[in-house]
Design a protein around this ligand. Structure first.
Ligand code: FES
Ligand SMILES: [Fe+2]
Length: 397
């Protein structure tokens, strides 16, 4: 995230009557964003320009783009082409030809013929560094210089095996954890993970609705009965000790109802809470006690890590009231090679929880249209929803 991301945290903290109010819970009645921000097309457009075209967007795993192949990624009305050059470096460009603006690659992914990018319209040919190599035709304008017609670059970076792009070609990679869920995942071997399963769902809600839902556990006791058993603090409607209004009294109680972490006797997010494989080597005792970690990189990805698997939940806006949610499930190579190990055991549990979130997000979106409703209010444990909304506002200026 860019430097400016962190300034909201600061602003909110300084504005409060306690230095760490942001982390404890809201102490005053805060309103939500006005309802129209969740369905107004002009607002959606403003958010694309101010947020989605300025922040780092998660695309896919680095190994998914091999030498000589390409992958497209669209956000709003912008389309990016990501390629890997002969030296193994990733490059990203606007998927638009410099001749008359044709889209260069139409397929979602594929391999590049002759290792170059060739426009399907008049066959202008570009090298994988974006330089214009060839212009067919009987003659060229006298002052035509190929060097002036390279593809428009898009910033691309890899964070621990995950590819991110940014339309702001001057953006500096900065993946400090920020937001509601900030586990560093330092002891998880993210670089070595292997993809076992992925799926995408189109959800009938504004992208902000999805992030707001992911920023609180006020909804968890009612919406996620299985998760509430697995992570007892969630069953109390909070995500962490500091959201407990009695946290000072409760901070020394070791039960996961107070400290967070996975329920006693449970090891991972799976249908029975048990793991059928080996946990990742290198996890700390604390990682095993907690059993899971979450890390948010607004606006495009939420990483969830358990002792034997990791998932990336990618968010992509498709329209004011349409959002694509994509999930990827990663495991260790060793567990996937073990015939006794069945990744479905973990996947099914997560899918159930995500499906519950999707249903409630769609219901939230549907209710906003009421002519009687203007905006809602936030409860103390929805402090990270407030932080998210502040972040959105700061981006919009
Ligand atoms: S638009 Fe690409 S070569 Fe003409
Ligand atoms: Fe949820």
């Amino acid at each position: 995230m860019s430097q400016a991301s962190n300034s909201i945290t600061k602003k909110t903290r300084e504005a409060g009557d306690a230095a760490d109010e942001y982390y404890i819970g809201l102490r005053r009645l805060e309103k939500t964003l006005p309802k129209w921000t969740y369905f107004d097309p002009a607002q959606y457009d403003r958010e694309l320009k101010a947020i989605w075209y300025k922040e780092w967007n998660y695309v896919c795993r680095a190994e998914a783009i091999e030498k000589g192949s390409f992958r497209r990624h669209a956000i709003g009305d912008q389309d990016v082409l990501i390629v890997r050059d002969e030296q193994g470096n990733l490059r990203a460009f606007h998927n638009t030809c410099r001749h008359r603006g044709s889209r260069l690659c139409a397929a979602e992914e594929g391999s590049l013929s002759n290792g170059n990018i060739v426009c399907p319209y008049h066959a202008w040919t570009y090298a994988l560094d974006g330089k214009l190599l060839g212009v067919p035709g009987l003659s060229l304008p006298p002052d035509f210089e190929k060097g002036a017609f390279s593809l428009f670059p898009v910033a691309v970076t890899v964070w621990r095996g995950f590819v991110f792009i940014n339309f702001d070609s001057a953006a500096v990679p900065n993946f400090e954890p920020f937001g509601a869920r900030v586990a560093t995942l330092a002891s998880w071997p993210l670089e070595e993970l292997k993809l076992a399963h992925s799926y995408s769902v189109n959800v009938a809600c504004n992208w902000k609705i999805f992030w707001e839902n992911s920023s609180e556990c006020y909804h968890c006791p009612g919406v996620h009965p299985e998760l509430s058993k697995m992570a007892p603090i969630v069953g109390r409607g909070i995500m962490e000790l500091r959201q407990d209004p009695n946290w000072q009294e409760n901070q020394h109680k070791q039960h996961p109802r107070f400290q967070g972490g996975i329920a006693e006797g449970m090891k991972t997010y799976s249908l029975d809470g048990q793991t059928k494989g080996e946990p990742f080597p290198g996890l700390t005792e604390e990682d095993h006690r907690t059993g899971f970690g979450f890390r948010t990189n607004w606006p495009s990805v939420l990483f969830g890590a358990n002792v034997d698997f990791v998932r990336a939940l990618r968010v992509r806006p498709l329209g004011p009231e349409q959002t694509e949610i994509s999930l990827e499930f990663f495991f260790s190579e060793e567990n996937l090679a073990n015939p006794e190990f069945d990744p479905k055991h973990n996947i099914e549990f997560t899918r159930r929880v995500v499906d519950q979130d999707i249903s409630i997000c769609e219901l939230n979106q549907a209710g906003l249209r009421s002519m009687a409703f203007e905006s809602g209010v936030l409860m103390p444990s929805e402090n990270y929803v407030h932080a998210f909304q502040e972040w959105v506002c700061s981006r919009l200026g």
